[in-house]
Design a protein around this ligand. Structure first.
Ligand code: GLY
Length: 329
């Protein structure tokens, strides 16, 4: 029996006593402590759903999928799924991706009329030879898979869009004030990472993207390597904030690579944020928010952002808590 099979067998028989292969050798020496983390304090409920899956000894993939489905279905969450703010034309377009411990990936971009973009992304991963579907093609695939077409606009999101139409100010470089306001409203992407009893990592990311964006605009959230990355030997990372800036530095992959070369999850998140500053300068970076969260193979976590007020929600055996991220500015 090879080591992977052995670890899996042990995990299935006695989850609480399962072992993880330490990153630094000495295999099977460490008890796995499952954990779920997600971007933003508003996602505590999503973490609880994911945690339930882990406690039922389901894989991290199932945990992150079930977890992100929570805000996707919540009409009061105006940045994800149903109730998400529309683009400038009043159309809600969703982006999502998912990645498991085996390097399997799936993503949908600019998907319309389907609440659970993450489920369609998982369908792309599990049922097609491809890794990304966009727009009409993503919708066609979703309908073929039995997903129902729904109106994703709510009274609240239509009212907000109509208010925006009064000025129609299209400014992708969101102002600091707007960023702070949106943060106070818990307004952005969910990125979620989980480590399961078998010591395997998975992640998922889902968003309705930047409010009032150009029709067809896609940010970081469905881009593997930008909005999300998982390397089961090392760790995983996911992102929130202005997608254009996260894509520019391949944020999540950059963080996993930094962990590979010895940085802690927090140091790795900080190094990605610093890379954007190096590339674009302080003046530019003071006007955009990006935030990252990361977990390593041993369940250590970290987060960091450019501007203040970014939070990470954590759920583990200790309980549920919210961590205020450190920020550069
Ligand atoms: N981070 C979400 C987006 O920019 O679309």
């Amino acid at each position: 029996m090879n080591r992977r099979k052995f670890v899996k067998t042990i995990g299935a028989l006695a989850p609480a006593a399962a072992f993880v292969n330490s990153t630094f050798g000495n295999p099977l020496s460490k008890q796995v402590k499952p954990i779920v983390i997600s971007t933003w304090q508003g996602n505590v409920k999503a973490n609880e759903k994911a945690w339930e899956q882990l406690m039922n000894n389901l894989p991290a993939l199932e945990a992150v999928h079930q977890g992100v489905m929570v805000p996707e279905a919540d009409p009061d969450d105006m940045s994800v799924g149903y109730g998400g703010l529309p683009d400038r034309d009043g159309v809600v377009t969703l982006d999502a991706c998912i990645m498991d411990h085996l390097g399997n990936i799936g993503a949908v971009m600019a998907l319309e009329n389907i609440i659970h973009a993450s489920s369609v992304a998982r369908g792309v991963m599990e049922k097609t030879p491809h890794v990304q579907l966009v727009g009409d093609g993503a919708l066609q695939f979703a309908l073929e898979q039995g997903f129902k077409k729904e109106n994703l606009l709510t009274e609240k999101s239509v009212a907000a869009w109509k208010e925006w139409l009064k000025t129609s100010l299209y400014n992708p470089m969101t102002t600091v004030e707007e960023i702070q306001k949106s943060i106070e409203n818990n307004h952005d992407t969910i990125g979620m990472l989980a480590l399961d009893h078998q010591g395997n990592l998975s992640g998922a990311c889902s968003t309705s993207g930047m409010a009032y964006k150009l029709h067809g605009r896609v940010g970081d959230s469905p881009i593997i390597g930008a909005g999300l990355y998982v390397d089961n030997e090392i760790g995983a990372a996911t992102a929130t904030g202005v997608g254009e800036e996260v894509v520019r530095i391949c944020g999540s992959h950059t963080i996993v690579e930094a962990m590979r070369y010895g940085k802690s999850p927090e140091e790795a998140c900080k190094s990605a944020v610093e890379r954007l500053i190096k590339m674009k300068g302080e003046t530019y970076c003071k006007k955009v928010q990006i935030g990252f969260i990361a977990v390593d193979k041993n369940g250590n976590t970290g987060c960091y952002s450019l501007l203040p007020k970014f939070t990470m929600a954590v759920r583990d055996q200790v309980g549920s808590r919210v961590i205020q991220a450190k920020s550069i500015f």
